[in-house]
Design a protein around this ligand. Sequence first.
Ligand code: GCB
Length: 619
Amino acid sequence: MNRLGISGIAAALLALSAPAFAGEEPAAPMIINIADRASVSLDGEWSTLVDQYGIGYYDYRKEPVPDRKSFFADMSYDDNPAKLIEYSFDRAPKLRVPGDWNTQKEKLYLYEGMMWYRTKFDAAPQPGKRYFLYFGAVANTAVVAVNGKRLARHEGGFTPFNIEVTGMLKEKDNSLVMLVDNTRRKDGVPTDNSDWWNYGGITRSVRLVEMPETFIRDYSLKLDSEIVGKVRRNRPEKHRIYGHVQLDGPAAAGKTVKISIPELKIQLNAETNASGRATFIFTAAPSLWSPENPKLYDITISVDTDETRDRIGFRYVSTSGRQILLNGKPVFLRGISIHEENIGSSSRVTKAEECRQLLSLAKELNCNFVRLAHYPHNEEMVRMAEEMGLLIWSEIPVYWTISWTNPDTYANAQQQLEEMITRDINRAAIIIWSIANETPISPERTAFLAKLIARAREMDGTRLVSAAMEKVKVKKGLFTVDDPLLEYTDLISFNQYTGWYGKDLAEIDNTSWTFAREMPVFISEFGAGALYGFHGDVNVRFTEEYMEECYRRNIRMMSERMPGFSGCSPWILKDFRSPRRALVGIQDDFNRKGVVSDKGERKKAFYVLQDWYGKLAGK
Ligand code: GCB
């Protein structure tokens, strides 16, 4: 039965975008720092069934069926051949979890739709413990059932969620069935049109997490930008560090929480209020995190029933006039944009080693900054960038033509924003939350985005908030950004493809910029496409020479004729898959704007960028 009482027909038309059916509750509040928690991995080979028509979910009238008649029941023809059971996960082919399905089997390369996943696992549930299933990311919608009972639904393909399964586990042979749907939807976030591959699947790890009854769910430690007291020569500045600890469980209220940072000789207690939340503030003089000094401190947070350890850096970021300041000093962001695709097979990144390959290339380019586009990347990527001394721009997939007036679309965008901020609130490397990319200006869009920015600032007042905007022409050869969103952002950040999505390379030399606002200017994208190894005249599109020259001239133009130019993240590190790229023999389903090819071969433009960044870095 449909819990919200919409008719079966309406539900069918909406497919999985429909409001939750019975048992399809929102996920539980997110548990952070999951790598530190007692857990077992459920990764591996899962049984899978492609379900183009939703036969495991609907009956032949396209009415949703109850758990026992759906594939969530995990029945098998072989268990009772006298009964009509038209499926069996035991007979089904396997797919690797984590992983996108598109690059695992040729016949799934273009598949968009529903897919069933099933795994079985043993557990040893202990009395007095709580159990959660944690999913790093499932693209894009997931409905989860355990032992035949539907428990939760999550929408948003790039952020984690967890659901509680306390009291539902057996010692042997638990069945975990998931319906995963990557159908593109106009009202989705992202919408049905983009410039990247719509990978489907359980794309990040799945874990069974064991928690005490009352546990530490999330926490933050934030450095305030104000310097407290006098600055003494050769001594680190003193700052306030403030934050919160949120407990979860029956005994969450009135608890003493301990926060300790041994290296800073910090040891303090805070009391939780009636909702299990403790806030604290103290002063300390940490060695500040920066690309040159990616210093992290071991911290421990504990209550009588639980303890978690993390490594946290402290820094502050702000703007002053046309400059971005990191720890009070001007910083030029030598960035590169990155999609979450590995080098080699161009599959969704699933291993630490793949993160390292991408980030090492950024280091080789002399970057101090990465734009993790166009959605939150996996947590490992963020933590590794932080350890390697790379600043981060992190964004949600509010991209191009979102349904600005649909309240469900807004709710989902905000949910994804909250999930991104909650997971990564303690990552010093992240200095910019970005809430949108190249969205067409209208009053509805600006209201939607302004609300997201307000929410981001409410959750986190310690970072810059921005969006990738677009340029407009003032007159021949003169451009600006004239977007009402600038009222709300900290940066004039925008994508500009002068010399590529225009007439020719010469237009770059005839382009200048003017900005009415005294704000830092950040070029979130520029670039050109080239097929690695394709050489020719500088004016021939897709040659390495064209791309190289496009980089040279853009760098000159931005450096010389762009007031407030404070950094850039050229598009993009690696060639990536996109259904918009149809030129056979050159594109072959790849956006070729990578400074390295899909196999990691460095194009000529790579060296132009490396050389420029090297000089800026004083190398
Ligand atoms: C853009 C988009 C990016 C595209 C890129 C391109 O402005 O933000 O997602 O892939 O242009 O290559 O056209």
